[in-house]
Design a protein around this ligand. Structure first.
Ligand SMILES: [Zn+2]
Length: 348
């Protein structure tokens, strides 16, 4: 009996159709197979990029996520199915199971962790490229500052509602802080929970992330510093050029200061004994416009709005936010899960 078709094929058999692309070629394939890429956030963006890079034959993928698969993820997040949601599997675990079946040649590093200034260096050691699949600004600014400090390119991506955005930040070019010095106030940020999201918005963002990743990893070519913005309902697209040089006032680019890597500037989380609740402590000086924050929530989610607190209800429990940024997330003992719920429902 003939043996089953071997999986140990030569790269030109398996990846022949992309090797044949002149701009990429066998050199591109070899470079991709030697590359180590970290994807932070394995949701609507990260799951798609992870699948496409694995299919393309990337050598090593670091998958970083702190959250579990839920039924409400399945309309836009690849790699997961109903059983993953029923079992409440961690996203990185479910993703690695599928990716391992797709291409055994990609080495997977599974990081079920809440990425923080205290652990980012250790978890992302030795990577060639960093891809943003996160849903919150606090983590994005940490990624920006880490990438700038370490001299690693990173690819920003975001989608909410019908909107999609993506940009490639090269180590020698301007950074996210040059474009937007500070993250937007909490009350102004929309999340997939408050504004919803179309799968097409995720697809547009990851299409650009994948395009840049393949080009950079395969050839070393860095794209122009441009922010691409798409509306996937209107199917309209525009781009915004970055300043040609980094801003003189940018702490990362010009002063060697990386606020996103300073633990005292990150939200601290501590479980509250016996209460199945976690307290989140925002950095000193934080002020939150509670009425504006309440205004972006859905009807029925606001339980109480007082001058000093906002109490909200979600499927998983309650979140109480105080005007100084402190919050109590009820319904979990796990700090990472509490932070994930806060970012999902209220943004950060
Ligand atoms: Zn900068």
């Amino acid at each position: 009996m003939d043996p089953s078709p071997s999986m140990e094929q030569k790269p030109q058999d398996r990846f022949g159709r992309q090797i044949r692309v002149q701009e990429f070629g066998p050199k591109g394939q070899k470079a991709l197979a030697a590359a180590k890429v970290a994807i932070v956030g394995i949701g609507a963006l990260g799951s798609r990029v992870a699948e496409d890079l694995t299919r393309a034959g990337v050598g090593n993928l670091v998958l970083v996520d702190r959250d579990l698969v839920e039924l409400s993820n399945l309309h836009r997040q690849h790699l997961f199915d109903e059983e993953d949601a029923k079992e409440g599997r961690p996203k990185v675990v479910a993703a690695a199971m599928r990716l391992g079946q797709i291409h055994g040649g990609t080495q997977l590093d599974v990081e079920l962790v809440d990425l923080r200034p205290e652990n980012i260096e250790e978890r992302l050691e030795g990577i060639d490229l960093l891809i943003d699949g996160t849903d919150n600004f606090q983590t994005r600014y940490m990624l920006n500052d880490f990438a700038k400090k370490e001299g690693i390119p990173w690819i920003y991506g975001a989608c909410v509602g019908t909107q999609a955005m993506a940009a490639f930040f090269a180590p020698e070019g301007p950074c996210l802080r040059c474009l937007f010095p500070e993250p937007p106030p909490l009350a102004q940020t929309q999340t997939c929970e408050t504004a919803g999201v179309l799968p097409s918005a995720a697809a547009f963002t990851t299409m650009l992330q994948l395009a840049w990743a393949l080009r950079y990893l395969g050839t070393g070519k860095v794209p122009e510093p441009v922010l691409h913005i798409g509306d996937l309902f209107e199917a309209s697209f525009r781009s915004m050029g970055f300043p040609s040089a980094s801003l003189k006032s940018c702490p990362c680019c010009n002063r060697g200061i990386y606020p996103g890597l300073d633990p005292s500037q990150a939200t601290q989380a501590s479980p509250l004994c016996g209460r199945r609740a976690v307290q989140l402590q925002a950095p000193p000086g934080t002020r939150i416009d509670l009425p504006a924050l309440a205004a972006k929530l859905q009807e029925g989610q606001v339980l109480q709005l007082l001058p000093y607190l906002l109490r909200t209800r979600f499927a998983e429990g309650e979140i109480t936010v105080f005007a100084d940024g402190r919050a109590i997330v009820q319904g979990t003992d796990d700090p990472g899960r509490a932070r994930a719920l806060f970012d999902r429902y209220l943004g950060s």
